[in-house]
Write a protein that binds this ligand. Sequence first.
Ligand code: ATP
Length: 587
Amino acid sequence: MQYAVIAEAYEKIEATTKRLEMTDLLVNLLKNTPKEVIDRVVYLTQGRIYPDFVSIEIGVAERLAIKALVKASGRRESEVEEDLKKSGDLGITAQKFMTSKRQLTFAHQPLTVEKVYETFDKMAQTSGSGAVDLKLALLAGLLSAASPKEARYIIRTVTGNLRLGIADMTVLDALAIAYGGGKEARELVERAYNVSSDLGRVAKVVVEKGLEGLEKFEVLVGEPIRPMLAERLSSPEEILEKLSGKCAAEYKYDGERIQAHKKGDEVTLFSRRLETISNQYPDAVELFKRCVKARNAILEGECVAINPDTGEMRPFQELMHRRRKYEIKQAIEDYPVSLFMFDVLYADGQDLTLKPYPVRRKMLEKVVQEGDRVKIANSIITANAGELEKFFLEAIEDGCEGLVCKSIAKDSVYQAGARGWLWIKYKRDYKSEMTDTVDLVIVGAFHGRGKRAGTYGAVLLATYNAEIDTFETVTKCGTGFSDEDLAKLPKMMQKHVIQHKQPRVNSTLEADVWFEPVVGIEVLGAEITLSPIHTCAMNVVRKGGGLAIRFPRFTGNYRLDKSAEDATASTEIVEMYRNQLKKMAET
Ligand code: ATP
């Protein structure tokens, strides 16, 4: 296929402002494309040479493109730069300079799509020393063989500036019309895309095998499936009604969504946006290798930062430290993660995307071997609004964002690429951010594990309720303690240890060690939330629930200057909670 055909089509597409017209032009181009190159043409129209999830880009910097143009056109660099300043588009400048050059050269072999694609690919794959020179030579060679119009689009493509505005959805429309027999085929074409994220493969299948090919379109390990997303409702009653009276409710973990593809011993991780993120999570890659019993599988889960000493979940923001290229080893140590698996989409030859949720969940339980760092999402099946609400509060207490409630009906398939009502999220709207520190009383402690063996993993902290002269638990805190603090704490608390919970302490949690309420520490939390477990302000804000401080951190200050009764009052926590909610409502 001649590249000129593509360049012609690009020019027309670029000139139109109407979406329908753009689709028509694309339909024409696809119809004029031989089937052997259809996938490559599809990628090229989007300014790429591979599907989005393959992180190979042609990646030519403007400076290098200028040099190539200088070489191909025989003009001086200053001339090119001068013209570029005026045109603001190196493609236009290339077209202009190659026009004047062309008059001087003789017969041209027409440039083919195959040749252009292959050269782009070579440019993309070169690396290491000498890569720049090779890229330069390849690009200059292409430009010399191109017509001026072709040069314009070649330059724009290699520098990442093609910008024809052809969205994935437009390509799907065009494929349905050109090869699926019309708009009716759109749904099938789209499904194929949703389970492969690869427009080129979809094009190839529909061109070579028609609708029948699409019906049998296969999920492939290695090609990310576009994620299923949830709608949102704000009460358990509404949720149950929408899900025909009964649903599965799962914890909504607050981390990064990961789609893991396991092929034998090889594991690739994709983000929610389908970028490859295996490099950020080499530890998660290892966990998947170990915990997935199927040889080949596609699973989804949430990757959550944890405190390895207490097993507690950490705020989502901590995962941001993983977004780095270097010193990832250190980041793994500083910000360890756990995996919470919530779906399986493929397992050993079986495409599960069209199976109902209960079947997938059963399979998930079969293929995942749980361990310390790998768990299957905590879930219940319920038809009772009260039970759903209770589970919601527990989820929040455990550091989650709320629940994802899932349909268990016959049609509860995995709706790849869609936000629908088969999944409904129930998030904590009742959240308020904390800006002030609080002084809390240490009423109990939990033994540490791992690095914290022999000392405390976390302490149980309470506010003071003067009205009933009671210390009410409000959080468990294991963060912010230096090694020195950890060594000192058991010694310091030794003289306050008692055999059972002190009668003035109100706690539903069973601590490993109980103390007299004497020692206060200063703590900063991230937010105050409703809690089914902590007794601070029980039944004040909501029946059956108290308030808790989420993500507490010891500031390093012991409040030995204050008596326990001078600690932050439960009423103050209520006040802070309400004030912050008000503030949130205002913004
Ligand atoms: P949000 O910002 O609320 O996470 P979102 O647009 O990323 O929204 P939604 O589909 O609206 O995604 O909400 C579901 C998200 O919750 C998933 O993308 C996933 O990352 C996360 N999640 C955590 N636990 C689960 C679970 N058990 N089942 C499904 N998704 C879960």
